[in-house]
Design a binder for this molecule. Sequence first.
Ligand code: G1P
Length: 290
Amino acid sequence: MRVRKAVIPVAGLGTRFLPATKAIPKEMLTIVDRPTIQYIVEEAVASGIEQIILVTSQGKSAIENHFDYDFQLETFLKAKNKFDLCEEVSHISNLIDIVSVRQKKPLGLGHAIWTTRNVVGNEPFAVLLGDDLVQSHKPCCQQMIDLFDDVQESIVAIQRVSKEQTRNYGIVEGEPAERPRTFKVERMVEKPAPGTTNSDMAIIGRYILRPEIFDILDKTTPGHGGEIQLTDALLALSRQRSMFAYEFEGTRFDAGDKLGYLKAIVAFGLRHTVLGGDFRRHLKEVAANL
Ligand code: G1P
């Protein structure tokens, strides 16, 4: 089975980023010159994904508009001989086939994934969470698809976190598997209370899921925070068949958090093809005056 589709949940309210997200979706906050959601979509495209399924809610139409064809804007740019800008704008609408489904109530990440069941159908799919930006040589989603091609089982991406941080993540417990950077999942728990796990393996927002997850989500009852948790459904799936945790190669930024967002701007600014050099010189000056 081959991974062709990716689900990107964007229905969340973005309360961690208020007041910036009062009137605009958090996924539309800009990192250098494009909204965070564009980085996520570009990672999926670079990983060979053929269709993206956005899980949206009220007030998120700016995201759909961003990836839509804008006749008025393109006509205007052409009339002004701004062909480079026009090319950039039209490139976004040609990136990939995008469909959206509505999550009508904020019942949790597990519920958001469940709403895509009829569009995904009976095939494995990727999930990319919009808060997690990953800078890496090979796209993080591609690294996981490569592993899926090999194992044909569900995979969660993980990174090591400090003991104090485990309460903010889904935590995986498991043993090293045969392949490099790969662990066989034995237990997982959403945002464990301090001292209840010895593991430092935190789930970050990249998953490859087998379609069996939908039947499990059908029956998953509310867990941590009163929400239907994807982690709870994954634990149930890991009891039915093998599941792997994969320590991806690259650096992850939590762009849904104010400090994480600033760090992402610095990292992506330094890598920017046009601005990177000037930005590096500026940062050196700032650092010298701190
Ligand atoms: C979600 C998942 C959690 C995961 C995290 C990664 O939590 O439920 O398991 O560790 O994303 O960013 P959220 O951050 O949406 O509360």
